[in-house]
Design a protein around this ligand. Structure first.
Ligand code: PAF
Length: 285
């Protein structure tokens, strides 16, 4: 694996691959890699000739300076994992390399970006669009891979790709990878205290249980109340939001009949660690 530090090198490696007629898979990450990222990389390797992984904690998508400061940075361990995973190029730039001058672009991300994470973290999705659009332009990948844990982010990136005319690029959404006890893998999990780590899988367990609510004929509002109350009853946890949405538009639904499948998206503070997860409600379960 080659570590690439500059945009010039990155563009040159990608251009060479394209000239040779090779397909390129891109996996954008913020590092602190775990099995969730590795599942994206495995898929990118299966489906493409060459795989680029970016490792960059993107300042422009953090609306909270403390969150940016405490975000885990584990470059050495990341490089070992990427080498073992058979990645061809790891792009690990500095913030100055990415933003030699401030990126003032404001994307018209529309209603998919207004709700949930967009409402709670002003500017977050614009920052995601800034970095991902740069990576897409520099690498010009055949396919780019994103995890469904950040469910709304995928819709936002699709919207950005449409706005910026990345028409030949396929965005591949990959399923959430979970610990054996159900906790969705996240780089933030390492910041959970041992006690809170034990309780964190309750989020997934309660979401799973809420599927039964839908199956038993309960309303969307009742299901939201059940999930919110059950999680808030756990002493270290506080639900920031729980919304059941149309998985394409990200708009909240009022009745199950509005969509064949709905997605429940949750953000929970577990102590001071912000965890996100989601679940699909099928029409027949
Ligand atoms: O999901 C993430 O890790 C980040 O938001 C991404 C897509 C790498 C952009 O910084």
């Amino acid at each position: 694996m080659e570590i690439v530090r500059t945009v010039t090198q990155l563009k040159s490696h990608a251009e060479q691959a394209r000239k040779q007629g090779l397909t390129i898979g891109l996996v954008p990450t913020m590092g602190a890699l775990h099995a969730g990222h590795l599942s994206l990389i495995e898929r990118a390797r299966r489906e493409n000739d060459v795989v680029f992984v970016s490792v960059f904690v993107n300042p422009s998508q953090f609306n909270n300076p403390e969150d940016l400061r405490t975000y885990p940075r584990t470059e050495e361990a990341d490089c070992a994992l990427l080498t073992k995973a058979g990645v061809n190029y790891a792009f690990i730039p500095t913030p100055d390399e990415i933003y030699p001058e401030p990126d003032t672009r404001v994307f018209d991300l529309g209603s998919v970006a207004d709700v949930m994470e967009g409402a709670m973290r002003p500017g977050h999705f614009n920052g995601v669009a800034q970095i991902v659009s740069k990576l897409f332009a520099w690498v010009n990948p055949t396919r780019a891979y994103f995890g469904e844990k950040d469910f709304q982010q995928i819709a936002v990136i699709r919207r950005m790709a449409q706005l910026e005319h990345f028409d030949d690029l396929t965005i591949v959404a990959c399923p959430i990878v979970r610990e054996k006890d159900g906790l969705a893998l996240s780089s933030r999990n390492v910041r959970l205290s041992p006690e809170n780590r034990q309780k964190a899988p309750e989020i997934h367990r309660i979401l799973e249980k809420s599927r039964q609510m839908r199956a038993n004929g309960n309303t969307v509002a009742d299901t939201i109340k059940y999930v919110t109350d059950a999680i808030n009853a756990i002493d270290c946890m506080e639900v920031e939001y729980y919304q059941i949405v149309n998985p394409i538009t990200m708009q909240p639904i009022n009745s199950w009949e509005e969509v064949p499948e709905a997605t429940g998206c949750i953000t929970v503070y577990c102590g001071d660690v912000r965890l996100i997860d989601n679940i699909t409600y099928h029409s027949k379960q």
